[in-house]
Design a binder for this molecule. Structure first.
Ligand code: ADP
Ligand code: ZN
Length: 526
């Protein structure tokens, strides 16, 4: 009902050019803007840096009333409002850093119709007086940023996001509701629609697999050496190195600096002032590399980050894609490198176990972790694997740039090995973990193996030509390819899947890349 003939895409494009100076919308932005101009509830899934803000800011300028933006971070709010004000757009924020007088002034400005956009934190929607004030305004759009925070399945659930739906419901006239996030797993998508009570929303998933990003997973590297080599040979480029612990951040940063590399660090153990300083130095290219925990990055808008290296595997694909997606926002070729080691799995499981939470959430985190591990072991095109995970449509063509696609190692038939492994797991009654199965196949004299009498199994020692580590590696590949699964918990047990039965019956072949003869020098890969 609110849309009229003036609200068309030509006008939207003019506004884009006039206020923002961009010649055209990006792929993905156009559809979302159009949907909001038509007055439809909209769910926009875009990678970080994809340009979400414009998707609601331009409709905000075209609809008659106010656009209320729900934003989780106070620091982001200020940046956004500053940018809008500079562009000549009337916008303000209300948050806890303001005095009561300032808050009242801004609400009065909104009432006079002097504001097009008003940014607030979700907690504010829980305040009675605020809800009453808002009911007196003409609100055209409620735009919910980082909308995955409404879901317990997501990675940063915020209770106050649950206040959005009742807030919208209590308004005298229902506004258009637009929700935005970079997280697109099916459960989170369902939660966003249900918990934000979106009304027959149009859903747009775009651009998760930006094709300028060259994805790699490297296993078996000497991680520290790799990072030193890589940073040294890319010293003129900006990069982010994510590490899991503060200790590793400090250590890596120090080593880089000792090599004369302009490196800085960022983690929650530093003071606010130190962190702000690091961030600024990185933004203004005073340092080239920032070594950081995942505390770094929310709201970082640096377009020329040429590489993101993960020193450790993150806890799930959502976190990984969000962090890796900070590379190459300018569309230039950039590298996302994940340095995987099996120790990362142990660390992540430890973190899940340490965190007190109900069993359903724990179950969910284990499942997400397993999907992350599968990504690290897959021989498929990494981009396809990632897009499949997030449910984004894509063609079947491999990307040609990821570490699977560019892997020129020989693909060998490991069907016989797979049969030995499956048969051994079966004979061990599917009650043991990867390392015990590997030990039996190797023919180990370990106490546990002998105690259970596994040295009497026909599969004992049938892979004695291989190291236990190599056998375990193959088992993990078979897990990632879906032939096997691991149970949850700190001591996962390997179980057979139906695909394994087909292999045992000789109805299916299994392929694996053979290990590289020697390590490629970091500086030589490109
Ligand atoms: P997100 O909120 O999705 O992380 P932003 O809205 O901050 O992303 O946009 C990321 C960057 O892309 C910003 O620098 C923004 O100015 C730029 N940008 C957005 N839309 C366009 C466009 N149509 N053309 C060129 N640059 C754009
Ligand atoms: Zn690929």
């Amino acid at each position: 009902a609110r849309s009229n003939e003036l609200m068309n895409m030509d006008t939207a494009k003019e506004i884009l050019q006039r206020y923002y100076g961009y010649p055209d919308f990006r792929e993905g932005q156009k559809k979302i803007v159009d949907s909001l101009l038509r007055g439809r509830d909209t769910l926009g899934i875009m990678p970080t840096g994809g340009g979400k803000s414009i998707c609601y800011q331009i409709p905000a300028l075209m609809h008659p009333g106010l656009t209320l933006v729900i934003s989780p971070l106070i620091s982001l709010m200020k940046d956004q409002v500053d940018a809008l004000t500079t562009a000549g757009i009337s916008a303000a924020y209300i948050n806890s850093t303001l005095s009561g007088k300032e808050v009242n002034e801004r609400i009065r400005a909104a009432k006079r119709g002097d504001l097009k956009l008003l940014y607030v934190a979700p907690e504010r929607l829980e305040l009675d007086w605020f809800r009453e004030e808002m009911a007196g305004l003409d609100i055209s759009i409620v735009a919910v940023d980082e909308a995955h925070c409404v879901s317990q399945w997501g990675h940063d659930f915020r209770t106050s996001y649950l206040a959005v739906a009742p807030f919208v419901d209590a308004l005298p006239q229902r506004p258009i509701v637009a929700a935005f996030t970079a997280t697109a797993t099916p459960e989170v998508m369902e939660d966003m629609q249900r918990l934000l009570q979106l009304d027959q929303p149009q859903v747009f998933v775009t651009g998760l697999g930006r094709d300028n990003l060259e994805m790699s997973v490297l296993r078996g590297e000497n991680k520290r050496e790799f990072i030193m080599d890589y940073a040294a040979s890319h010293a003129h480029q900006s990069g982010i190195i994510y590490a899991a612990t503060r200790k590793d951040v400090d250590d890596l940063c120090q080593r880089l600096q000792a090599q004369g590399i302009a490196a800085g660090r960022y983690h929650a153990g530093m003071s606010d002032a130190e962190r702000a300083e690091s961030q600024e130095a990185f933004l203004y290219d005073d340092i080239r590399v920032i070594v950081a925990t995942n505390a770094f990055g929310m709201g970082i808008d640096k377009s020329n980050v040429r590489y993101v290296i993960h020193y450790n595997m993150p806890k799930n694909m959502e976190s990984y894609v969000q962090e890796a997606g900070r590379a190459g926002r300018d569309g230039e070729p950039s590298q996302c490198i994940l340095l995987f080691s099996p120790q990362d799995i142990i660390t992540q499981k430890f973190l899940i176990e340490q965190n007190p939470q109900d069993s359903e959430r724990k179950h969910n985190e284990y499942r997400k972790l397993q999907q992350m591990i599968d990504y690290c072991y897959t021989t498929r095109c990494l981009r396809s694997a990632m897009l499949d995970y997030f449910g984004e449509a894509h063609d079947d063509k491999p990307c040609g740039t990821c570490s699977s696609c560019t892997d020129d190692r020989e693909l060998i038939d490991i069907t016989v090995d797979a049969q030995k492994i499956f048969s051994c797991i079966h004979r061990m009654r599917e009650r043991f973990g990867v390392s015990t199965v590997a030990a039996v196949l190797k023919g180990s004299r370990a106490k546990k193996v002998l105690e259970y009498g596994f040295d009497r199994l026909p599969t004992y020692g049938v892979m004695s030509g291989r190291t236990e580590k190599e056998i375990a590696e193959t088992i993990n590949v078979l897990v990632s390819e879906g032939y096997l699964t691991l149970t949850e918990g700190q001591y996962p047990v390997v179980k057979l899947q139906s695909a394994a039965a087909e292999v045992l019956r000789g109805q299916k072949e299994v392929m694996q890349r053979v290990p590289k003869p020697s390590r490629t020098k970091a500086g030589q890969r490109s």
